[in-house]
Design a protein around this ligand. Structure first.
Ligand code: UD1
Length: 417
């Protein structure tokens, strides 16, 4: 099994480009099931989660092929309606095929998901959404089955902001009969990107990016082309990598406003951050101060950058309080950071990080989920000696060649097979 070896102590410098967003690409690829024909997607990252999505699409009758960063998906073959356990267990986002399959074929049978082991991550809001749109739901043998001859528009008020739930609602409602209004909708850029692609297919959607989205259902959609939005989480991780080494790094091909919450916190900590139209530069800094963060739905501080920001705070002057509001049990990286010598006290939703610059020591550590893996890589960049990170299949689910990008900025990092 692959692992990553980082030898710390090198200041990063230079320019690096962000890849396309994983979390935007996944729902968009599933949304292609809504219209028969050939769809073209540009800026699709090379990731394990994209491979898993292609496999799942193939099992549903939609073949896809790569042309560099472009992925061409052909949904012409009438497919099966079953997302089986083998595929779904690798990637929790497989639940995103529920809405498209149900809306397009009147039936979807989806295994209960696996994916990151961060908290219980239920799918009740997805199920309830389909029920409100008129589906009959049953469950047996670890599968949930949804059936409806034709979905109908509905008012959907999410009790909790859910990115995937909002996306499933958008996709299903696009082909429903009548109008759907989603309240307390997720405002994430990935939701907006999905809405843009659905609009390109002919969907009638307004309000994406706000907390109320209205969808006028249409009878059919047409295949379309779409360029996937840059990955804000990857961009944020690369900036934090530059920052933690005291280096100067420019991240290109990103959308600075998508990272505003993190940029504000980095400025509060004392970093100089300059933004261009599609780039962000962090300037070297020899001592930064601790700042508290609390994760929240967009435009708040992203939960997917919490672990990486915590790595930065292990090197700050003072004590930072990190509060996780989105997922329970998303502090599994804390134990591993402590193995490297960090001083962190985790509680249920809060971790207290006492910064101590230059006091991490390389050690063998284990990646526990996708963003935790990135956090350990960042810590390894400043730890003395060698940090050996195992189980990096988590990292490969969501970062395109992270080690190559960091090596290009001057990090001493390699993949061991
Ligand atoms: C997406 C992202 C993930 C990110 C998360 C929050 C993808 C593929 N993944 O995940 O990287 O960390 O948004 O920004 O885009 N919940 C329920 N019931 C449900 C659904 C969700 O209780 O049916 C809860 C979750 O357990 C969590 C909260 O709602 O506590 C938010 O989850 P959600 O926004 O749905 O996350 P995902 O879409 O799974």
């Amino acid at each position: 099994m692959d692992s990553i070896i980082v030898r710390g102590g090198h200041r990063l410098s230079g320019t690096v480009a962000t890849s396309g967003s994983k979390n935007a690409a996944l729902p968009i690829l599933f949304a292609s099931l809504l219209a028969d024909g050939e769809h073209r997607f540009d800026n699709v990252p090379y990731l394990r989660d994209i491979d898993s999505t292609q496999q799942l699409l193939a099992s549903l009758g939609a073949e896809s092929r790569r042309e560099g960063d472009t992925l061409v998906v052909n949904t012409r073959a009438p497919g099966a309606h079953v997302a089986d356990y083998e595929t779904v267990r690798k990637m929790r986002a497989s639940i995103l095929c529920l809405g498209p399959l149900l809306a397009r074929y009147g039936e979807a049978r989806v295994s209960l998901p696996g994916g990151c082991a961060i908290g219980s991550r239920p799918i009740d809001l997805h199920i309830e959404t389909m029920r409100r749109l008129g589906a009959e739901i049953t469950s047996d043998g670890g599968y949930v089955t949804a059936r409806a001859q034709r979905l109908h528009g509905a008012n959907i008020l999410f009790e909790k902001v859910t990115v995937g739930g909002t996306e499933n609602a958008l996709m299903a409602a696009s082909l429903a009969h009548g109008t759907t209004v989603i309240e307390n909708a997720a405002k994430e850029p990935e939701v907006v990107d999905l809405a843009r692609y659905l609009q390109a297919m002919g969907a009638k959607i307004s309000g994406a990016g706000t907390s109320v989205i209205t969808i006028e259902g249409v009878d059919s959609l047409q295949p379309a082309s779409h360029r996937v939005v840059p990955d804000r989480i990857e961009a944020g991780t690369l900036l934090l990598a530059g920052a933690i080494t005291g280096g100067q790094v420019t991240v290109e091909n990103c959308i600075p406003v998508h990272l505003q919450a993190m940029i504000d916190k980095m400025r509060d900590a004392g970093f100089r951050i300059d933004t261009g139209e599609t780039s962000i530069t962090v300037q070297g800094n020899d001592g930064w101060k601790a700042v508290d963060i609390a994760t929240a739905p967009y435009p708040g501080f992203p939960t997917d950058l919490q672990a990486q920001f915590m790595a930065l705070m292990t090197q700050a002057k003072g004590t930072a309080v990190v509060t996780e509001h989105i997922f329970e049990n998303r502090f599994m990286h804390v134990q591993e950071l402590v193995r490297l010598g960090a001083d962190i006290t985790p509680m249920t939703q809060v971790a207290v990080v006492r910064g101590k610059r230059g006091k991490l020591d390389g050690a063998p550590v284990m990646a526990t989920d996708l963003r935790a893996s990135a956090c350990l890589v960042l810590a390894g960049l400043v730890a003395d000696g060698e940090t050996h990170i195992s189980r990096i299949y988590h990292l490969d689910r969501g970062y395109e060649h992270l080690e190559r990008k960091l090596a290009g900025l001057g990090a001493d990092i390699e993949r061991a097979h």
